[in-house]
Design a protein around this ligand. Sequence first.
Ligand code: PLP
Length: 373
Amino acid sequence: MMARPYNFSAGPAAMPEEVLQSAARDMLNWQGSGMSVMEMSHRGKEFTSICETAERDLRELLAVPDSFAILFMQGGGLAENAIVPLNLGQGGVMDFVLTGSWSEKSHQEAARYGSARIAASGQAQAFCAIPAPSTWQISSNAQYVHVCSNETIHGVEFDELPDLQALGSAAPLVVDFSSHVASRSLQWSRVGLAFGGAQKNLGPAGLTLVVVRKDLLGRALPICPSAFNYQLVAQNNSMYNTPPTYAIYMAGLTFQWLKSQGGVAALEARNLAKARLLYSCIDGSQLYTNPVDPSVRSRMNVPFFLRDEKGQAIADPSHPRNTAFLEGARAAGLLQLKGHKSVGGMRASLYNAMPLEGVQALVDYMREFEREV
Ligand SMILES: *Cc1c(COP(=O)(O)O)cnc(C)c1O
């Protein structure tokens, strides 16, 4: 089989080839059961074992303490922007730290279910920096404080989660970790709830992961849909209604792959090396530029711009230099590098499934392109 191209999509994103091959082998007949995983009852013994194994592997990989429930849900990160306030907001005050498009969206949606306040915002710095936690204005009566720990579009990432207790707040921290879950270790002692869509770093679209401290269950507003009530979902082991069975299966295969690679610590070291390679190429060039404060640059999503003849960053995707870059990249086997439409330019997403060789191929191509313009 011919080598597949390297896929830098921000999501749905590349999956490990071994995972795809394993799923292909078992597509028609999973482990001698005579069924595709898609055809199994979610309450039957085969799928129950798939789901329990996936949850156990995930708990081990992310070192999730027993005081947290792991929920497999649907609706994606965007649905969680409503489901979290419905479950934790109690119609009261909820604080948001705005660090880019995704936290802005979370704030806007929560405003429909209570009093959503802005504790801090990086907007004045064009979301190229994260306001220092010591400057955050946390409400004394906040039901929770929301952060997006990796902003997929703006390419900023918290290097460490804020310690709300040290800031004098007892509010639980809610973390949208959609686009960097399992790419690095995480301090659960600082977290009340973390959520993420699977399609960036865990598996295919359709599965949403929620990890919630058990003492936060049971606070849902009466209007919260039952299928989105964390307590009901937890009591029913994510089987209150039919879960996204195939997506859970694929995520489970990805968890096994992650374990075979040495777990999250090994992936974190690899991810750091990948990010360093690409940022040093950008910083060492005259053509490419990344506007983000180096202390908060994302390891997962690297937005960058090409400069024009005058040295100005080119956002416009239809600029001939941008189209030439993307065409050449495609020809070199480097896919989906176009930036998000709201910021333009380019973006390379370097999730767990992207090998170092893929980033090396990108950097080689970028250097060659720069020599030729
Ligand atoms: C992709 C993404 C989302 C939205 O996920 P959907 O599954 O499309 O709802 C939310 N937050 C972050 C940080 C994301 O990267």
